[in-house]
Design a protein around this ligand. Sequence first.
Ligand SMILES: N[C@@H](CCC(=O)N[C@@H](CS)C(=O)NCC(=O)O)C(=O)O
Length: 231
Amino acid sequence: MTIQFFDLAGGDVNVRFSPNCWRIRMALLHKGLPFDDIPLRFVDKEPIAFSGQKLLPVIRDGNRSVNDSWDIAVYLEAAYPEKPKLFGGSQAMALCNMIRFWVQGSVHRAIQRLIIVDILDALDQRDKAYFRSTREARLGMTLEQFRVSPAEGVQELRNALQPARDTLQYQPFLCGPAPAFADYLLFGAFMWSRAVSQIKLLEHGDPVYAWRERMLDLHNGAARKAPGRGA
Ligand SMILES: N[C@@H](CCC(=O)N[C@@H](CS)C(=O)NCC(=O)O)C(=O)O
């Protein structure tokens, strides 16, 4: 049975902005596993009630349901060991977990402050009030107060990316000569921005820019072809 992949969608249902969902879209493509792509809105998560929680991504594979992007990647690696590896081994998986927390802590935070109002603008009308109230409660301030100017935010992001920049001077992907899940962890953050915002996050000469171009070309250009605002 084809895997069902539940993804978060914007006002235009083809705009997919969730960084955590992008990790899994790329992981499924990496493994070469066919999947049904099922878009959901923030206020319409009834279709994932079977997962017992309300966050995306979620996959359903036969009678197995898995949520949380990390747990899904671990599941896919264990369930499809004959397919291209997402981690490559238990030590690599453990190290990749550190990349996950670096991305979520430093990179997501910097990008979120730049694009938070762009995300709001990209949502379906029914999702806007939900997004504003849940995020403002979490942040303890309005979205507009949380947002930083491109000049300030882009510099914070570029500083946060230094470990990736240094690594990519040695090798084309974070995982070495070929991409794997650590690359998808970071790449998801860029797809978040690309889907909703036109802010130029990276300079042309930056090794991270060249890496992002390579990532956009992967799997038949799946990410490059995805609808969005561009940068
Ligand atoms: N740690 C989780 C985080 C999942 C998460 O926060 N998903 C967001 C989208 S990126 C979501 O579904 N939010 C729905 C909501 O806030 O109602 C993962 O990596 O999957």
